[in-house]
Design a protein around this ligand. Structure first.
Ligand code: APR
Length: 309
């Protein structure tokens, strides 16, 4: 079977680490493309030289020419500017919209059948823009949000309870912004509802920390935003598609009425496989959860409406 081809757009913090996770998982050959000359080539070569140590045979190359990305199976878009302290994700909108437009138009020219995983922020707006600019079917376009937000919540729960991260499951829905909605009722440790394992104040504190987790890291780093967990989450989504795993991973998916949302991408639990977003699972929400979700949807919708794309 020929190897799969995965392109990572942007050779910065998120992009380079995404390439590393992809190669370590041997999901296919990886092409890294960036606008800056030499950076993608240098990081690609550096990763190639790590391969004998780690024992992966994925080929990793860097380029500035979209021709080299031709016939990719999956394209992960990380190009764009990250946040600095004091900024919200939506402050990045104008700069990153222009970048996503050029990137997507060049990508689909050479890879008309690719699945697109968008990582650039503000996520829910950028994935919508990527879909519009690509002309692809909506199931082939998705945004990396809940995979990351849910992982952050899992990490906090595991730390609090002293249990394995592997046994903690969470669902975070809504926009990839401070209005996101961690669903505590659907969070478990090996099936045990989390509310039975810790007091309400502890759980509330974890939900609050999850909503602000991206900002917490920006505040610490000061020069940019998180990249290890975002890149790992991107590779996880890519793996689900490449291996047709049918994983259920919350991410920004195109809704056609689910959760009362239409013609928009928003974070919902989605089944990811060879068909991209193959299904959206609708879980029942209590009044308060639905209100929080609607509030998050409105915040994203306002940003999209303002852009008029
Ligand atoms: N085409 C290709 N690459 C581009 C383009 C473009 N038009 N414009 C910028 N880039 C590249 C930059 O040259 C840089 O190498 O995107 C890369 C971004 O890397 P970083 O500045 O390190 O940013 P990073 O932390 O990786 O975040 C990228 O992901 O999580 C989001 O909010 C984050 O929007 C940000 C994006």
């Amino acid at each position: 079977m020929p190897r799969k081809k995965i392109t990572v757009v942007g050779a910065g913090h998120v992009g380079a680490n995404t390439a590393l996770w992809l190669a370590q998982k041997e999901l296919g050959d990886v092409v890294i493309i960036d606008i800056v000359e030499g950076v993608s080539q240098g990081k690609g070569l550096d990763l190639t030289e790590a391969a004998p140590i780690e024992g992966f045979d994925s080929r990793i190359t860097g380029t500035n020419d979209y021709k080299d990305t031709a016939n990719s199976d999956v394209v992960i878009i990380t190009a764009g500017i990250p946040r600095k302290p004091g900024m919200s994700r939506s402050d990045l909108i104008n700069t990153n919209l222009g970048i996503v437009k050029t990137v997507v138009e060049s990508i689909v020219k050479y890879s008309p059948n690719a699945h697109l995983i968008v990582v650039t922020n503000p996520l829910d707006v950028m994935v919508y823009a990527a879909w519009k600019y690509s002309g692809l079917k909506p199931n082939k376009v998705m945004g990396m949000s809940g995979a990351l937000d849910g992982a952050r919540m899992r990490a906090f729960i595991a730390l609090e309870l002293g249990v394995s991260v592997e046994d903690v499951h969470t669902i975070v829905i809504g926009g990839h912004a401070d209005e996101m909605v961690p669903l505590k009722r659907y969070s478990t440790v090996s099936g045990i509802p989390i509310s039975q394992l810790m007091p309400k104040d502890k759980l509330d504190a974890i939900m609050k920390r999850t909503r602000g987790a991206g900002g917490e890291i920006v505040g610490l780093l000061k020069t940019g935003s998180a990249f290890y967990a975002p890149s790992a989450a991107s590779a996880e989504m890519c793996e689900a598609i490449i291996k047709d795993k049918k994983r259920v991973i919350p991410c920004a998916a195109y809704c056609t009425g689910q959760y009362g949302v239409k013609d928009m991408f928003i974070g919902v639990p989605a089944k990811l496989g060879a068909g991209g977003v193959e299904e959206i699972f609708e879980v029942s929400l209590e009044t308060e959860e639905k209100a929080a979700f609607d509030n998050s949807v409105q915040a994203v919708k306002k940003l999209i409406d303002d852009l008029k794309i």
